[in-house]
Design a protein around this ligand. Structure first.
Ligand SMILES: Nc1nc2c(c(=O)[nH]1)N[C@H]1C(S)=C(S)[C@@H](COP(=O)(O)OP(=O)(O)OC[C@H]3O[C@@H](n4cnc5c(=O)[nH]c(N)nc54)[C@H](O)[C@@H]3O)O[C@H]1N2
Ligand SMILES: Nc1nc2c(c(=O)[nH]1)N[C@H]1C(S)=C(S)[C@@H](COP(=O)(O)OP(=O)(O)OC[C@H]3O[C@@H](n4cnc5c(=O)[nH]c(N)nc54)[C@H](O)[C@@H]3O)O[C@H]1N2
Ligand code: SF4
Ligand SMILES: [Mo]
Length: 866
């Protein structure tokens, strides 16, 4: 079979992927050497895409009230309930909640329906939790939501400042590009993050600033730039307004807020002032903040004042999270935007879009932003809600309250590919086609539009997201305006609309693609019009404000409002791990992606752990004003005293007490409406369960325990368990856990040490095993997972027998090389470089995502040897 060129469905790097289907539902996955985002590279998540294509667990028929239904019944019901709500309570009583993972075409259709036909702007997206502060900051400064630079700037910069970005794990292919640039030209790298992340491994300087204090840091930078003559007077005179006010505000702000050591701060300011080619990359440490928009503008101020913008190797660079976060912004996915970067509050813009759509109505004011939207749902103001391609019951702040709101809403539709915390609360579930089955376009962080192309047949009754929306629109009476036959037709209409935006003086104009061969469309950076092609913005001014000048804004830094104190002494930071994607509905299908981090955890500083009496690998209860969680303790000085970090990924499906958004308060930035996800306050206490357990099995695990987390491995499932009361009958407990009523049970009990080991056998094979003890157990977990399903009961020993070895937790996910294997090789073979590890074990030679961790292991060995 010939390879299909498509785009990775995960992060905003937007890597090109070459897929060769095997004709049996699977496929070989390679990086596309010709794609300008990755030139053939993929990270661990992209490399494992082939393992996520299975149909087991997919929702393949519509469901009404949990029962299988026909499409006609589901679509009729949705159209009727939306029409009824609109008739009885007005258009503002309905809402759509969308996702930066939808394709541009899906997004376009959803927006046309809700804004142009239903007549409300109650449409928002998970990009509100992700990019909204960047959008607002860009719009305030530039007049539009424009990312000025391109990925080539990373190759050409002399200084790259990463602010609130764990690029090594969250944009791994860009990180590798940066590592290559550093090797080639000695690019200096500074990481600004309260936590020492893997990204810091290549940093020349790590500034572990106080949480939320970034605006104070960039205000200090603006003062230093001005005082040392690094501002560009000509650029300021010609292209900017607000310089003096911004500088005055910066001078008035309190630099000590950052809590940084004076020497570190001085180094940073020296480099920042004296380097012309500087790129400032920022991500969720900036955006997901109650002062996120101000933080963005504090960064933009520095680039504007120096004219270090829109020229090779320099500029502010907001890296996007989701594969189509950028496309969703372009197409007007947010409640305060119209398509093509047109403004909902501008009457000319509204008239242009309404005229083009020939639509009956157009809202005059912005709709509800995500947090407000779910509050309105809770208050009964939203009567009908359609959630598409996102899992808000897990990913929204104050997630328990959001789940209750969804459950209590009159009518909720969820379009998804699998069972989730959110589909569990839906009245109607619509089965969507997934990556590999659907067709459309996405825009990555550097404005490059790429095609996602199908390479698998549509399974069961799944339907494309755009088509479901168009089908409902047809049933609501608007069939003529929603009568497309293909995504290509939708894209062509969208490209035509963007011509009007270009005519109205906006940046987003792709009218040059209106007649393009959609199927063959190569990766293309916008704009694409008679006026302008790709490239960078603002190197010579030309901002999209009425006077064409950019606005510098006076910024008064604000720290998070929730302060730690006696009741809640710790600040909770949240984010991502290397091998999982958000709520894990897809990455957790790939066994090798579950072995790097198999469980939710809480990073805590050794001193705090000692004060609280927390032992390594014990469990702790984490309590916030909004909710509770139980997390595994990871003691590390990567976090500072008083701060803790937990990943956002675990849900009711994978670890019900590991849902960290249950802890996060819904505090939002006043300008962008983006929630603060990095600075909640919590208390922590040891859980002290009666027993800890570890389980491996060939079949699925259904735990009944105070705490549990489950993950797939190559031969089945593994689970961590803990309970406040030990079962009286361990065998009965284990049989229910594994659903093995009849298998032969072998059990070993040590009553003195309080340990129980049970294995279940059938035909000489171990189908499952449970290990339980009153303390956290040191077991060769990877080894046990690899052994289950094999012949013999040797696994009850809990560790490898003679001639077997335990590879340890996976470090290199591509080639499945474990920590123990690597540390042993480093010691035995005296390896000193990442390349030598690659030569000896192949680790780190495929996608390269683990190379920073390999470097850390080498450094640890060298330190130990010194
Ligand atoms: N592996 C993986 N990659 C992903 C994703 C995923 O789920 N998994 N998701 C994608 C998506 S949608 C997104 S949005 C991106 C997010 O990509 P990132 O923004 O890089 O990821 P996060 O881990 O959310 O947060 C980044 C860092 O912000 C730091 N931080 C917290 N508070 C502050 C602060 O006050 N100031 C500063 N300067 N830093 C702070 C945190 O310690 C954290 O290390 O990742 C994308 N890529
Ligand atoms: N505490 C905390 N919370 C956070 C964050 C944080 O850093 N900390 N980050 C926030 C950010 S930046 C983001 S982007 C969000 C992400 O949060 P979500 O968007 O809620 O997370 P996903 O797991 O990506 O959800 C995507 C859903 O779409 C489904 N799906 C997959 N393919 C398709 C398809 O083709 N069609 C349809 N209809 N559905 C499909 C998946 O099964 C999944 O249920 O989380 C936010 N929440
Ligand atoms: S960096 Fe990884 S997750 Fe992001 S687009 Fe590339 S392969 Fe996909
Ligand atoms: Mo995101």
């Amino acid at each position: 079979m010939t390879a299909v060129r498509t785009t990775c469905p995960y992060c905003g790097v937007g890597c090109g992927v070459l897929v060769t289907p095997d004709g049996k539902g699977g496929a070989r996955i390679e990086g596309d050497p010709d794609h300008p985002a990755n030139f053939g590279r993929l990270c661990s998540k992209g490399t494992a895409l082939g393992e996520t294509l299975r149909l087991a667990g997919r929702i393949l028929t519509p469901r009404i009230g949990g029962q299988v239904a026909t499409w006609d019944a589901a679509l009729d019901l949705v159209a009727d309930r939306f029409l009824a709500a609109i008739r009885d309570h007005g258009p503002d009583s309905v809402a759509l909640y969308l996702s930066g993972q939808m394709l541009t075409e899906d997004y376009y259709v959803a927006n046309k329906l809700i804004k142009g036909y239903i007549g409300t702007a109650n449409v928002d997206t998970n990009s509100r939790l992700c990019m909204a502060s960047s959008v607002a900051g860009h719009s305030r400064a530039f007049g539009t939501d424009t990312v000025p630079g391109t990925y080539e700037d990373l190759d050409q910069a002399d200084l790259v400042v990463l602010v609130g970005s764990n690029l090594a794990w969250c944009h791994p292919v860009l990180f590798q590009r940066l590592m290559a640039a550093k090797a080639a030209r000695g690019t200096r790298i500074v990481v600004v993050d309260p936590r020492r992340t893997t990204t810091c491994d290549i940093a020349d300087l790590h500034l572990a600033l106080a949480p939320g204090s970034d605006a104070a840091l960039f205000n200090a930078a603006l003062v230093a730039l001005a005082d040392r003559g690094a501002v560009d007077d000509a650029y300021i005179a010609q292209h900017l307004s607000g310089f003096e006010d911004a500088l005055a505000a910066a001078r008035a702000s309190d630099g000590s807020m950052t809590g940084l050591a004076p020497d570190d701060l001085a180094d940073f300011l020296d480099w920042y002032v004296t380097t012309e080619r500087v790129v400032t990359i920022y991500s969720q440490g900036i955006n997901q903040s109650e002062s996120g928009t101000d933080k963005v503008n504090a960064i933009l101020n520095c680039h504007l004042a120096t004219g270090r913008i829109g020229r090779p190797g320099m500029g502010p660079f907001s890296v996007t999270g989701q594969p189509n976060a950028m496309g969703g912004r372009e197409v007007g996915g947010l409640a305060n935007m119209l398509a093509c970067h047109l403004d909902i509050e501008n009457p000319d813009h509204r008239a242009a879009v309404q005229g083009f759509w020939d639509s009956p109505t157009m809202p005059e004011k912005p709709g509800l932003k995500a947090v407000e939207m779910f509050q309105a749902v809770a208050q009964g103001r939203i009567r009908a809600l359609w959630i598409i391609h996102t899992n808000p019951a897990a990913s929204m702040p104050d997630a328990d309250a959001v789940a209750r709101a969804i459950e209590g809403c009159d009518f909720v539709v969820v379009s998804d590919v699998t069972q989730t915390d959110t589909t569990a609360l839906a009245d109607v579930i619509m089965p969507a086609t997934a990556w590999g089955e659907k067709s459309g376009t996405v825009t990555n962080s550097d404005r490059t539009i790429s095609r996602q192309r199908p390479f698998l047949p549509t399974p069961g009754h799944a339907r494309d997201d755009w088509r479901m929306i168009a089908d409902v629109a047809g049933r609501m009476g608007w069939g003529d305006a929603f009568g497309w036959d293909s995504p290509a037709q939708i894209f062509a209409e969208y490209a035509q609309l963007s011509r009007l935006a270009g005519d109205l003086g906006r940046d987003f104009d792709i009218s040059g693609l209106a007649g393009a061969d959609y199927d063959a469309l190569p990766p293309t950076r916008w704009p694409v019009s008679a006026r302008r092609q790709g490239g960078r913005f603002f190197g010579a001014g030309g901002f999209f404000t009425p006077d064409a000048r950019a606005r510098m804004l006076p910024i008064a830094p604000r720290l998070p409002v929730a302060v730690t104190g006696r009741r809640y002494p710790f600040r909770l930071n949240t984010g991502r791990v290397r091998d999982q994607w958000h709520t894990m509905t897809r990455t957790a299908l790939a066994p090798r992606l579950n072995q790097h981090t198999a469980e939710p955890f809480l990073e805590i500083h050794p001193r705090d752990a000692a004060d609280l009496g927390l032992a390594p690998a014990c469990l702790a209860r984490v309590i916030s004003p909004r909710g509770q969680a139980i997390l595994r303790i990871a003691i590390t000085d990567r976090v500072q005293c008083g701060q803790v970090f937990a990943p956002m990924h675990w849900t009711g499906e994978t670890a019900p007490t590991g849902r960290v958004d249950a802890l996060v308060a819904a505090v939002t930035d006043p300008v962008s409406g983006q929630p603060e996800s990095k600075a909640s306050v919590v208390d922590i206490a040891p859980l002290n369960p009666a027993w800890y357990g570890f389980a491996v099995s060939v079949g699925p695990l259904t735990p009944d325990a105070t705490y549990w987390a489950r993950a797939r491995h190559a031969g089945g499932w593994r689970g961590e368990l803990a309970g406040m009361d030990a079962p009286e009958d361990w065998e009965g407990y284990a049989r229910a856990l594994f659903d093995l009523p009849d298998a032969t049970c072998l059990s070993v009990e040590d009553r003195v040490r309080g340990t129980h080991r049970l294995a279940f056998m059938e035909g000489g094979r171990t189908l499952a095993a449970l290990f339980a003890a009153s303390e956290p157990m040191q077991l060769a977990r990877g080894h046990l997972a690899a052994q289950v399903g094999r012949a013999g009961a040797t696994l009850l020993a809990g560790r490898p027998g003679a001639g077997q070895t335990d590879p340890g937790p996976t470090v290199c996910a591509c080639l499945n090389v474990g920590l123990n294997t690597i540390t042993a090789a480093i010691a035995m073979q005296n390896l000193t470089t990442v390349e030598q590890i690659g030569a000896a074990l192949q680790a780190g030679t495929s996608c390269g995502s683990c190379r920073p961790e390999l470097a850390t292991l080498l450094a640890a060995r060298l330190e130990a040897a010194e």
